[in-house]
Design a protein around this ligand. Structure first.
Ligand SMILES: NC(=O)C1=CN([C@@H]2O[C@H](COP(=O)(O)OP(=O)(O)OC[C@H]3O[C@@H](n4cnc5c(N)ncnc54)[C@H](OP(=O)(O)O)[C@@H]3O)[C@@H](O)[C@H]2O)C=CC1
Ligand SMILES: CC(C)(CO)C(=O)C(=O)O
Length: 316
């Protein structure tokens, strides 16, 4: 039985701080890691030297619409910093999933729970083939970016839809108390596909044009092309046994209205001369389509165009 001292003001039981490692201190990792550290959890952000040095010197700058604060949080360039964590937020790009998992593997506790906070439909599945620990997929609804070393800029949202599974759900209440809404849902596979379809419709077109979504959808013929992309994705999803909501086309169009100023993460990667996740977005649909003998020419064309732009800009 909890004593009065162990109770929150709202009557909930105050839990012990969680020990959380964030693998991949980029836009998503710094936002969620920063929110949890700000709420008093013991967080270490594992990332590249420029971010780690800035965070060690001045804390993580967490800039949201509601506040702009320096958050004291652990930071390391060493993957071994996952040691002792009960929870790992896995936040590297889908292209880095295998390399980061293999590097973490010797340092993870047997029961450490990994949450994959990544776009793409199969990251958790890929992690499960490499790690014996509990791994659960999370669909991430957030708009955030790194504005500079150790500086994360949050544009909106920030909720997680997590699949049920091994590792328990006690952490979820701590996330909610830290301002990170979490829902545990049996429909994560469907939700991952819905997110994948949004990414297929927007990411490559925004990347090729370097346009934010509001301008993009106003372009001549753009919503017609999006419709073709979505039709191919829906056909592949059906062959995979994934039933999609009937209003998927409306959801796709609605994204531009809810984030008119946002450029896709693929657009941001290209602009920085980095390689993109395109093979795990439209490229995934093309590969799964091939397995089911479903042609996906529009998605295939987008993959090729993005790869051409990557090679043209020396991305790597
Ligand atoms: N940004 C957003 O608003 C959203 C992103 N997502 C998804 O979330 C995932 C993460 O995206 P995002 O945060 O934007 O990506 P970022 O590129 O901003 O963050 C990933 C960071 O991890 C670093 N990293 C990779 N491997 C290692 C390693 N072995 N050791 C240390 N650091 C490493 C990367 O460095 P380097 O670049 O040098 O490799 C990079 O700084 C993606 O799947 C993305 O699609 C989902 C919803 C919204
Ligand atoms: C939802 C969307 C399209 C928001 O920008 C995204 O996930 C991304 O940019 O990768």
């Amino acid at each position: 039985m909890a004593t009065a001292d162990e109770k929150n003001l709202d009557g909930g039981t105050e839990a012990a701080p969680l020990r959380i490692a964030v693998m991949g201190a980029g836009a998503v990792g710094c936002y969620f890691g920063g929110m949890l550290a700000r709420a008093g959890h013991e967080v270490v952000l594992i990332g590249r030297p420029a971010h780690v040095q800035a965070i060690e010197a001045d804390g993580l700058r967490l800039q949201t619409r509601g506040f702009d604060e320096r958050v004291r949080v652990g930071a390391s360039t060493h993957v071994g910093a996952v040691e002792g964590a009960s929870l790992v937020l896995f936040c590297v790009k889908s292209t880095d999933t295998e390399a980061a998992a293999q590097a973490m593997r010797p340092h993870l506790g047997a029961d450490t729970l990994l949450l994959s906070l990544q776009n793409g439909a199969d990251n958790a599945e890929r992690l499960r083939t490499l790690l014996p620990q509990p791994v659960r997929a999370a669909v991430v609804y957030v708009a955030t970016e790194m504005a500079g070393p150790g500086h994360v800029l949050h544009h909106g949202r920030g909720e997680l839809l997590v699949e049920p599974g091994r590792g328990g759900d006690d952490w979820a209440e701590a996330f909610r108390a830290a301002g990170v809404p979490v829902a545990i849902s049996d429909d994560v596979r469907q939700a991952l596909w819905v997110k994948l379809i949004l990414n297929c419709a927007y990411n490559a077109l925004s990347a090729i044009s370097q346009q934010p979504y509001g301008l993009l959808v106003a372009g001549a013929g753009v919503t017609d092309v999006m419709h073709l992309i979505v039709r191919e994705c829906v056909a592949v999803a059906a062959a995979e046994g994934v039933e999609l909501p009937a209003d998927i086309d409306a959801s796709v169009l609605a994204l531009a209205g809810s984030m008119p100023g946002q450029r896709s993460s693929t657009a941001q990667d290209l602009a920085r001369g980095k390689s993109t996740e395109i093979d795990h977005l439209n490229g995934y649909v093309v590969r799964r389509g091939r397995q089911h003998a479903i042609a996906t020419p529009v998605n295939q064309t987008l993959v090729t165009l993005v790869h051409l732009l990557e090679s043209g800009r020396g991305a790597g």
